[in-house]
Design a protein around this ligand. Structure first.
Ligand SMILES: *Cc1c(COP(=O)(O)O)cnc(C)c1O
Length: 366
C-alpha cells in the first residue's frame, strides 16, 4: 500500500471549514453544513435523535429499507410514527403525502429518502417539500444516493435536514458524510431536552462549539484521509461540472434500462415507471426460475470489477442492481454489465439478445 496515505500533516480548522463551504456550494445551500466524520448513518441517526421526541408526530415515508430504519429510530425516540409505505417498485407521490397530512394534521416531522440505491426508485422531493412546508412540519431528507446523480436542492425544496454521503454518485469515500441544517431545525434541537449533547451523535455540539465559535476550533482531530478524499471528489465534480456529472448518471440509467428491456429473456426493470427510476442505480427483476444472487455471483466470478450487486435481504432472490456510482456512470460499464447479464442468462438457458441490448443501450445513452 502506498505511503502517500501516511504521515499527513494535521488538517486545520480553516481547511476543514473550506471543505464544508464546498459541500454547501454543491448543494446550493446557505444553510449550515456540518461534516460528520463517519458513514452517513451517523448524521442520519444524529439528526433524528436531535429533533424527534415524545411530542413528535412523524410521517415516515417508506420506499425502501432506509425508511424502515428511520421509523425504528423515531419510535425509539418516543415519537408517534405514521408510516406511509409504498411498493418498492414505485415512488411516493406528493398527493399521498398531502392525504396523510389531511388525515393526521398533527404531523410535525416528515422523513423521506430521496433516491434509494437499494430499490432503485427516486421520489419527487420538490412537490413533497411544498406540502410539508404548507403544514409547517420539519423536513428530513436522506439524499445519500441522489447527490451527484440528480439535483439535490435543500433550500429550494424547504428541506430542514439534508443528509449526504460521498460513497455513491460522488464517487468518494464512505467514511465521511454531511448534513445541511436549517435555522428551524437548530431551534427544534435546542428545544429538545433529549437531543444528544456531549456525544459523537450530537449535531448541537458542532453548532455550539464549532459554528457559533466562528469555526475556529475543531471538536476533535479530523479524520483527515476521509476529509481529503471528500475534498478531492467534490473538486472532481466541480472540474467536470455538476450538470455534466448528473447527466452521465441519467444517461447510464436510461441506457441500462433500455438495454435490459432489449436483452429479453424475462429480465425487466424493477421500477416500473422510468420517471421514478433513480439515476444512481438501475434495479432489474430477474426472470422467474432464476435467482438474482446466483446470477450476480456468476457474472462477478467472470469479472469482479463489474458494478453489479444482488438486492439486499429479502430482495436477493429477485433483484439485480446495476450501480452507476460516479466513475461507473459511463458507457463502458453499462455495456459490460449488459453483456455479462446476457452471458449468465444465456447460460441459464434463456433466450437473450445481447447485441440488441448493447445497441439499445448505445441509442439510449443520449
Ligand atoms: C447507500 C445509502 C446510504 C448509505 O448506506 P450504506 O449502508 O453505507 O450503503 C444511506 N441511505 C441511502 C438511501 C442509500 O442509498
Amino acid at each position: 500500500m502506498t505511503h502517500l496515505l501516511l504521515d499527513l500533516p494535521p488538517m486545520n480548522a480553516a481547511h476543514f471549514a473550506s471543505i464544508e463551504d464546498r459541500v454547501a456550494r454543491l448543494l446550493s445551500t446557505t444553510q449550515d453544513v456540518v461534516i460528520t466524520q463517519g458513514e452517513a448513518l451517523l448524521p442520519l441517526e444524529g439528526a433524528i435523535r436531535a429533533t424527534a421526541g415524545p411530542g413528535t408526530t412523524a410521517l415516515n415515508v417508506v420506499t425502501g429499507p432506509y425508511g424502515q430504519t428511520f421509523g425504528d429510530w423515531l419510535r425509539d425516540c418516543g415519537a408517534t410514527v405514521i408510516d406511509l409505505t409504498v411498493p418498492f417498485h414505485t415512488a411516493v407521490t406528493a398527493e399521498q403525502v398531502r392525504a396523510a397530512f389531511a388525515e393526521h394534521p398533527e404531523i410535525d416531522f416528515v422523513s423521506l429518502v430521496h433516491a434509494e440505491a437499494a430499490t432503485g426508485n427516486t421520489n419527487p422531493v420538490a412537490g413533497i417539500g411544498e406540502v410539508v412546508r404548507a403544514h409547517g412540519a420539519l423536513f428530513y431528507l436522506d439524499a445519500v444516493a441522489s447527490v451527484g446523480a440528480e439535483p439535490v436542492l435543500p433550500d429550494a425544496w424547504g428541506v430542514d435536514l439534508c443528509v449526504i454521503g460521498a460513497q455513491k454518485a460522488m464517487g468518494g469515500p464512505a467514511g465521511v458524510s454531511a448534513v445541511s441544517v436549517s435555522e428551524r431545525a437548530w431551534a427544534r434541537m435546542a428545544a429538545n431536552p433529549r437531543a444528544p449533547r456531549r456525544s459523537y451523535l450530537s449535531l448541537l455540539d458542532w453548532k455550539e462549539r464549532w459554528i457559533d465559535g466562528g469555526r475556529k476550533a475543531l471538536l476533535h482531530a479530523p479524520a483527515q484521509l476521509e476529509m481529503l478524499a471528500l475534498e478531492a471528489c467534490v473538486e472532481r465534480i466541480e472540474a467536470a461540472g455538476l450538470e455534466t456529472v448528473m447527466a452521465r448518471h441519467a444517461s447510464a440509467a436510461a441506457a441500462t434500462r433500455a438495454g435490459a428491456v432489449a436483452l429479453g429473456g424475462g429480465l425487466e426493470p424493477y421500477v416500473r415507471d422510468a420517471a421514478e427510476a433513480a439515476p444512481v442505480a438501475t434495479t432489474l427483476r430477474v426472470p422467474s426460475g432464476t435467482v438474482a444472487s446466483d446470477l450476480v455471483a456468476r457474472a462477478l466470478s467472470a469479472d469482479p470489477a463489474l458494478p453489479l450487486a444482488a438486492g439486499g435481504g429479502a430482495l436477493a432472490g429477485e433483484m439485480i442492481r446495476v450501480n452507476h456510482y460516479g466513475p461507473e456512470a459511463r458507457p463502458g460499464a453499462v455495456r459490460a454489465s449488459l453483456a455479462a447479464l446476457g452471458a449468465v442468462l444465456g447460460a441459464a438457458g434463456l433466450d437473450v439478445d445481447t447485441d440488441g441490448a448493447l445497441r439499445a443501450a448505445d441509442a439510449a445513452w443520449h
